[in-house]
Design a protein. Structure first.
Length: 167
């Protein structure tokens, strides 16, 4: 049985993430969405909020039978081992992404050589898209409707509206 993990902070989950999830679910018997605590970056949404939004998206996509959300802290390879996952899926938008993701994949392979990494390109229309770009655009009043599911957009605008430094 092919079990795969698509990890990220998903702060927030964009249509680009949804694109990778939908396509990855087509070739995995079980797909886990690993929502990272994000110790290396300050997130706008809490781990619980990001996990709940990911779960909402999985249900909206009709994938909840085969796709599960796993919030986590710590090493990705430890999460994979705990759930008997042998494949990590990473989205790569650019050469810069590839260089960073390649180093992560190499370290993960060093730590757990039984776990492989598969790089997936997003669909062309999402190649520029990142959560940080969406957050910044929304914060400055840009229309992010074409980049997020409606529920995620509402959560983002509500969260930004509740912050004192919202522009």
């Amino acid at each position: 049985m092919t079990k795969a993990l698509y990890p990220g902070t998903f702060d927030p989950m964009t249509l680009g993430h949804q694109d990778i999830i939908t396509r990855a679910a087509a070739f995995c018997e079980e797909l886990y969405i690993g929502v990272a605590a994000g110790h290396h970056k300050q997130t706008l949404f809490s781990l619980e909020e990001r996990s709940a939004m990911a779960q909402d998206i999985i249900e909206e996509l009709g994938l909840s039978a085969r796709v599960k959300v796993l919030p986590y802290e710590g090493l990705l390879v430890d999460l994979c081992r705990k759930h008997n996952i042998s494949l990590i899926i990473r989205g790569v938008r650019s050469v810069g992404d590839f260089e960073y993701e390649y180093r992560l994949a190499a370290m993960n392979h060093h730590l757990a050589d039984e776990i492989e990494t598969l790089f997936m390109l997003p669909s062309e229309r999402f190649a520029f898209l990142s959560s940080s770009l969406v957050r910044e655009s929304a914060k400055l009043g840009g229309d992010v409707s074409a980049l997020l599911a409606p529920k995620i957009k509402k959560n983002l605008l509500d969260k930004l509206g509740s912050q004192k430094n919202y522009v």
